[in-house]
Each structure stands twice: as structure tokens, then as C-alpha cells.
Design a protein around this ligand. Structure first.
Ligand SMILES: NC(=O)C1=CN([C@@H]2O[C@H](COP(=O)(O)OP(=O)(O)OC[C@H]3O[C@@H](n4cnc5c(N)ncnc54)[C@H](OP(=O)(O)O)[C@@H]3O)[C@@H](O)[C@H]2O)[C@H](O)CC1
Ligand SMILES: Cc1cc2nc3c(=O)[nH]c(=O)nc-3n(C[C@H](O)[C@H](O)[C@H](O)COP(=O)(O)O)c2cc1C
Ligand SMILES: Cc1ncc(COP(=O)(O)O)c(C=O)c1O
Ligand SMILES: [K+]
Length: 423
């Protein structure tokens, strides 16, 4: 999911001829079909969009699709966006009868995605759409745009200039090339569309150097090493299993605008488990099922003898009717005597909504030595040594080297077996 950052300066940009050549090699000697590449390209567009524009806020998408493969990418993206929770509309004025395209249209129709002719488009797009996908022309564009695309491009130009935007109006996402831009020179007279997001496919084309919007992504995770070598492509690595990666710096974020619109179902009194531990367990299981990262992380707050509050994250190790168990170097308990009184805060939330939040107040007891030992020995060796070294945790140490030295000594001393947690 997360996109890695990459210095825009080190990225390769393709000429129009190189882009067409790579296309031919992929679909010739390398054995790809256009359907395959288009599916991956459209999926990359949809996933890039979903990284930036959440369906809870930007729901209504108009995909404006051109006559060639760029238009095909738009049709595929619309289908994926539907499955991601968006409400897509499609304007596809110049259709081809090739089975690939009629298949894509049928797939969208079967999802009841509305197709709007140019005449059916609303006069003011800003009321009806949150995102406009510009999938009119890609790297085969040449000359000046012909009807009806000339008017559609004009409409995008006048509707939306992310730099001059006053009120909330739809954002523009361009697929591979901002339509109407020269594939290599870019927006030559400065009167073209100014997309908020550009999703370059395979590799950015030269015109992308002129893109100054806030979100530039790369998609089309299908380039084999032989092509990368032949064209000396320097491209950012895709993170994990992601179909897209951000190119260049993300925009400066307005922290005050950063918020989630939680869409949680009503939580009624009669739905609450009688035993709060059971309720906790239920939410915990939901959080795990929803793929939440570290659902066992919780904030633990204490006050010291001096009355000073203090808080830190710890990992929940188990929970049952006797309470919540976590693990921490024992010395801290001594130092923070009021570990006898604690407040725990647990918060489960996923991209799709809030699952639950929990506050636990109570007193603390050390678990039995047996339980403590058992847990200690279940941890990986590095963590075991780390825990012993961590007796220094939250105290001033003369430097990193002291911890490294101690770690090394323990590693050597106990190189041939288990060691005692009280070492
Ligand atoms: N390997 C890849 O890189 C992949 C790229 N994909 C996507 O494909 C496009 C390139 O697709 P292509 O079909 O070659 O071309 P376009 O979609 O850019 O457009 C071609 C059609 O547009 C017409 N055209 C061209 N100029 C104009 C104009 N000035 N006015 C109106 N119409 C125009 C052209 O008609 P002609 O009669 O002029 O030939 C074509 O009908 C690439 O950018 C990616 O988005 C694949 O999906 C994945 C693999
Ligand atoms: C996600 C997460 C989980 C953590 N889990 C533990 C834990 O289980 N036990 C622990 O002692 N420290 C844990 N830490 C480290 C503490 O939050 C904190 O840095 C350290 O314990 C501070 O020491 P203090 O308790 O003396 O303030 C965790 C940190 C993070 C970010
Ligand atoms: C200092 C410290 N202790 C313990 C833990 C919990 O790790 P484990 O699951 O290995 O007990 C963490 C986790 O981040 C930690 O930072
Ligand atoms: K485009």
C-alpha cells in the first residue's frame, strides 16, 4: 500500500517513439496480449487513485474514454473503481467494434455503470462528479484534438485548474498523458489541462517532466528486466505487492485537513456484550479480520511517584477474565511505582471505519514468574537479548555504543543456548 518516495531527477522519461517501440516488443516477442497490459494499466490507475482520493470523500467518478488504448485503460479503471466502492460514470463517444472493447463495455453495463453521451453530460460537471478521469489520449496522440474531444478537453481546461481552484470542484486524473498535451513537449502554449494527478504507465513520457500537479504515480507493473536494460530505465521500485508507486515528493499535507469520515454502523446498547472482556475480544477479532496492523498495540499511561504522567505504546500479550497482560522490562515497574494504577487506551480503526475504542483503568500486578519465564523464552533470541539490554530503557545512556557493546557481550556469552531472563 505505502508508496515509496523517489527523486524525480533520477527517473527515465520516454520519447513517443520509445513508448511505441516498448509497446510493440511487449506485445510481440515478449508474448503479452493487449488485453493483459490494459487490465494491469487500468488496475494501476484505479489503485493510484484510491491511494489519494478515498471513496468516502470522492465517490462520483466520470471516466472520459478516447478511441484507443488510453480509452481502454479508462474503461478498465472504471470497473476496478466500481469494485473499490466508487460510483463510476463513463463517457465513451468514439467506440470501436473490436471484441476487447465491446467486452469491456459489456462488463461495465453488467455492473449498471451509466454510459453518458456527450449530449447527456451535465452542463456543470462540478455538481455531479468528484473525480474526472482523463483517458482520452495516450502516447499515440498527434496534432490538435478533433471533435468531440476538443470540446471535452476545453471543458476540463476551464473547469479545473488545481492552482486556481476556489471551492471544491472535481479533481482531474490523467491516464499516461494529459490529453491534448504534446507527448514530448507537454503543455506547449500553457493552455492545456492541468491535472491534479498523472498516472504514467510503463515509464513516464517526456511530457511528464512538465507535470506540476501534486500527485504523480507510476503504474504498469509488468516491465521485464530485458526492457528495463534495453531502454536504460531507472524507475522507482514498487512497494510490496502494490500496482503503483508515487514519483516525486508527496505534497505538503495540511494537518488540520487530515481526518477520516468514519462510516461505522450504529452500535446499539442491546448489541454490547454483557462482559466487557468479551466485547473487547469481539472487536479485537474484527480488527484482525479487517487486516489492521498491530491491533495489539495500545497506549499505556501511568503516573510516577512524583505525580508526573507518562505514556508509552506496548503490545498486548493476552487478555482474559483476569485482565490484560503486556510485557516490559521489570526495572521500569520499580521506577514507575504507580504502575499500580494504569490507564490503557485501545483504538481499532481501519480504512473502512471505526471498529471500536476501549479504555481500561485499573491496578497492576506482576504475572507469576512461571508465566513471565514462559513468555520470555517464547520470544526470538534477538528480542530476548534486547529485553535484557533494555533494562537501560528510558534512562540516559552515554551513547549507542554502550547498548551495542552489551548486546554483543550477551550474544557471545550465551552463544550456545538459552539464558536466564533475570541475567
Ligand atoms: N505498453 C504500454 O505502454 C501500454 C500502454 N497502454 C495505453 O495505451 C496508450 C496508447 O494507446 P494507443 O492506442 O496507441 O493510442 P492512444 O490511446 O493514445 O490514442 C490513439 C487513438 O487516438 C486517435 N487520435 C490521435 N490523435 C488524435 C487527435 N489529435 N484527435 C483525435 N483523435 C486522435 C487515434 O486516431 P488516428 O486516426 O489519429 O490514428 C487513435 O484512434 C498508452 O498511452 C497507455 O495509456 C496500454 O493500455 C497498456 C500497455
Ligand atoms: C508499537 C509499539 C509497541 C511497543 N511495545 C512495547 C512493549 O510491549 N513493551 C515495552 O516495554 N515497550 C514497548 N514499546 C516501546 C515503548 O513504547 C517505549 O518506547 C518504551 O517502553 C519507553 O519506556 P518507558 O515505559 O520507561 O517510558 C513499544 C513501542 C511501539 C511503538
Ligand atoms: C521495548 C520493547 N519491548 C517489547 C516490545 C514487544 O515486543 P515482543 O512482541 O517481542 O514482546 C516492543 C515492541 O515494539 C518494544 O519496543
Ligand atoms: K490521457
Amino acid at each position: 500500500m505505502a508508496s515509496s518516495l523517489q527523486n524525480q531527477g533520477s527517473i527515465t522519461y520516454l520519447t513517443q517513439r520509445e513508448a511505441a517501440e516498448i509497446d510493440e516488443i511487449l506485445m510481440g516477442p515478449l508474448g503479452f496480449s493487449v488485453d493483459q497490459l490494459m487490465e494491469l494499466a487500468g488496475l494501476s490507475v484505479a489503485t493510484s487513485m484510491a491511494e489519494v482520493y478515498k471513496p468516502s470523500e470522492y465517490n462520483r467518478v466520470l471516466a472520459i474514454c478516447g478511441p484507443g488504448n488510453n480509452g481502454g485503460d479508462g474503461l478498465v479503471a472504471a470497473r476496478h473503481l466500481y469494485h473499490f466502492g466508487y460510483k463510476p460514470f463513463v463517457c465513451y463517444p468514439k467506440r470501436t467494434s473490436k471484441p476487447l472493447y465491446s467486452g469491456l463495455v459489456t462488463q461495465l453495463e453488467s455492473l449498471s455503470i451509466p454510459f453518458l453521451s456527450v449530449d447527456e453530460l451535465p452542463v456543470d460537471w462540478s455538481n455531479d462528479f468528484d473525480i474526472l478521469v482523463d483517458a482520452m489520449f495516450g502516447f499515440s496522440f498527434h496534432g490538435a484534438p478533433r471533435p468531440p474531444f476538443d470540446n471535452l478537453i476545453e471543458k476540463l481546461v476551464h473547469l479545473n485548474n488545481y492552482k486556481q481552484r476556489q471551492q471544491k470542484s472535481p479533481v482531474i486524473v490523467s491516464v499516461d498523458i494529459p490529453s491534448g498535451w504534446h507527448v514530448e513537449e507537454g503543455d506547449v502554449n500553457g493552455e492545456g489541462i492541468k491535472p491534479d494527478m498523472l498516472v504514467s504507465l510503463t515509464a513516464p513520457k517526456l511530457c511528464a517532466k512538465k507535470f506540476s500537479g501534486p500527485h504523480h504515480f507510476l503504474g504498469g507493473r509488468f516491465v521485464p528486466p530485458s526492457i528495463a536494460e534495453k531502454y536504460k530505465l531507472h524507475l522507482p521500485p514498487y512497494p510490496g505487492t502494490s500496482m503503483c508507486v508515487r514519483i516525486g515528493k508527496p505534497p505538503q499535507i495540511d494537518i488540520s485537513a487530515l481526518r477520516e469520515n468514519y462510516m461505522s454502523p450504529d452500535f446499539l446498547e442491546e448489541q454490547v456484550e454483557a462482559d466487557p472482556i468479551d466485547q473487547f475480544r469481539k472487536w479485537f477479532d474484527d480488527a484482525v479480520a479487517a487486516g489492521l496492523k498491530e491491533p495489539n498495540a495500545m497506549a499505556l499511561s501511568t503516573t510516577g511517584k512524583d505525580g508526573k504522567p507518562s505514556s508509552r505504546m506496548v503490545l498486548l500479550k493476552s487478555v482474559d477474565k483476569d485482565g490484560f497482560v503486556w510485557c516490559t522490562p521489570i526495572m521500569k515497574v520499580g521506577r514507575h511505582a504507580s504502575y499500580q494504577k494504569i490507564l490503557m487506551h485501545h483504538f481499532f480503526s481501519t480504512g473502512m471505519g471505526l471498529i471500536g475504542r476501549v479504555r481500561v483503568e485499573g491496578s497492576v500486578q506482576k504475572v507469576s514468574d512461571d508465566e513471565s519465564e514462559q513468555y520470555f523464552h517464547s520470544r526470538p533470541r534477538g528480542s530476548q537479548i534486547g529485553a535484557i539490554v533494555s533494562k537501560q530503557q528510558s534512562t540516559i545512556v552515554p551513547g549507542r555504543h554502550v547498548l551495542h557493546q552489551l548486546y554483543k557481550e550477551l550474544e557471545e556469552k550465551y552463544s550456545d543456548g538459552e539464558f536466564d531472563s533475570k541475567a
